[in-house]
Write a protein that binds this ligand. Structure first.
Ligand SMILES: [Fe+2]
Ligand SMILES: [Fe+2]
Length: 187
């Protein structure tokens, strides 16, 4: 599947605004892949497909998590997190995507995890900083992203954790694991 085919594949599954977001994530991710010498074809494919499962019915996602042995603890956390792991699963089933680099970048874009690969980091941060994003702290991360990708990811995770805490929301353990991993790498 090439970029054009991937965008055509996801478009019917997304709201217009989400499809526009997806195209901006692709542009941002490709720019970073070029800068950090990552595999551009894999990065653009993962970026194009990353929100594939975003609008799947909650009950359907719940079923996939249970039936396909995705981590059950996901069900105890906000359903917004589910479209990463469920998306990765469905892209394998419904789009025939086999590339583990692409699938894992989709898999981890909602939570992060310890030991993220270059492609995973690029998709994660491109989703966070694409030019349509406008929330406190995002410009600081944009400024950092070509100085240190790890520091930019650390900032995004810190901001996300702080935001969730300020809203008295739970935080998925892998998000803490990602934060801790980047913290120890950077110190
Ligand atoms: Fe997403
Ligand atoms: Fe996204």
């Amino acid at each position: 599947m090439n970029l054009k085919e991937a965008l055509q594949f996801v478009e019917p599954h997304l709201k217009k605004s989400r499809f526009e977001h997806t195209k901006r994530v692709v542009e941002t991710a490709v720019d970073l892949a070029d800068f950090y010498q990552a595999d551009i074809e894999k990065v653009e494919l993962a970026a194009a497909l990353h929100d594939y499962a975003k609008y799947r019915d909650k009950e359907e996602m719940k079923r996939w998590i249970i039936e396909e042995s995705l981590p059950k603890d996901l069900l105890e956390f906000h359903h917004e997190l589910w479209h990463g792991p469920v998306g990765s699963l469905l892209l394998k089933k419904e789009a025939g995507i086999k590339d583990t680099n692409v699938l894992s970048a989709v898999r981890w874009h909602t939570t992060g995890k310890a030991g993220m690969s270059l492609i995973e980091k690029i998709v994660f941060i491109a989703d966070y900083i694409e030019p349509g994003r406008d929330f406190p702290g995002v410009d600081e991360v944009r400024h950092q992203v070509k100085l240190s990708l790890d520091l930019a990811c650390w900032m995004a995770l810190r901001n996300t954790i702080q935001f969730l805490m300020s809203k008295k929301q739970t935080i998925y353990p892998d998000t803490f694991h990602a934060y801790n991993d980047f913290t120890s790498r950077l110190s």
